[in-house]
Ligand binder design. Structure first.
Ligand SMILES: [Zn+2]
Length: 254
């Protein structure tokens, strides 16, 4: 039953995240999400604004002008509830302070992921708020990462990141890692502590290398690193212990 509530809640806030993804890069207000089609500007009727269902019924097109609705609308409305349910399960199906903490991180993370993917920027508004929220949680009782480790996490993430940025620069010959990424990694440090941050940086670098090799990415072109960091952090939050356990087992065998 709780899972169903989380699912429905997730699709609803997911559709708000979509508004954020579309509007924050254009510096538009997200407070009054009076949705309209970006192409024909027709106001969207409430029954065309139901998460997931509307997208499928309209086959990803505007009901008035037929313009394609960006796929992120569907993805975020699906990913938000799925990630929240996985988080809930990883917290032994209990609503705890730690659940709220990571629910906030996942929410910001999804918005940052898609904005960075489309625009190659990570708005300070989002990354800096996330650092502050992470540090606030580290001072609360019954949290998982205390303030000292959150602080060290943010700092060590920052240093490791500079090192990774240096390596990337050497390997790809391009300055792909920017200031937005550094603020994001500090936010990850504040939320995940030292161990989580090291895991995130290493894991996301690994996926980034694999993805770039698969896509045969043109070395001269820019690519956003933020989405990889977010995926790495999500992996740690939802399955960090399992993944580290697997790695250690591999290490024991060879
Ligand atoms: Zn339209």
């Amino acid at each position: 039953m709780l899972y169903l509530i989380i699912f429905i809640f997730g699709t609803v806030i997911g559709s708000f995240f979509n508004v954020c993804i579309s509007r924050i890069p254009n510096k538009e207000s997200v407070i009054f999400p009076d949705s309209s089609c970006p192409t024909c500007k027709t106001k969207i009727k409430p029954y065309h604004n139901i998460p997931i269902i509307s997208y499928i019924l309209l086959r990803g097109k505007c009901a008035y002008c037929g313009a394609k609705i960006n796929i992120h609308y569907l993805l975020v409305e699906l990913l938000t509830p799925i990630l929240l349910m996985l988080l809930f399960a990883s917290q032994d199906a209990e609503i705890t302070l730690v659940f709220f903490k990571y629910a906030i991180f996942i929410s910001f993370g999804l918005i940052i992921l898609f904005i960075d993917l489309y625009h190659y920027i990570i708005p300070d508004k989002l990354s800096l708020s996330l650092i502050v929220i992470g540090l606030i949680f580290s001072f609360l009782p019954n949290t998982d990462i205390g303030w000292m480790f959150a602080g060290i996490g943010a700092l060590s993430g920052f240093l490791l990141f500079l090192f990774t940025a240096f390596l990337f620069q050497k390997i790809t010959g391009k300055d792909n890692l920017g200031g937005g990424d550094i603020k994001l990694i500090a936010a990850i440090g504040a939320f995940l502590g030292v161990e989580g941050t090291l895991f995130t940086v290493l894991f996301s670098s690994l996926i980034a290398i694999v993805v770039l090799l698969i896509l045969k990415h043109d070395r001269k072109k820019q690519f956003p690193f933020g989405p990889f960091l977010i995926v790495g952090a999500f992996a740690y939050i939802l399955a960090g212990d399992t993944l580290i356990g697997l790695y250690l087992r591999l290490y024991n065998i060879y």
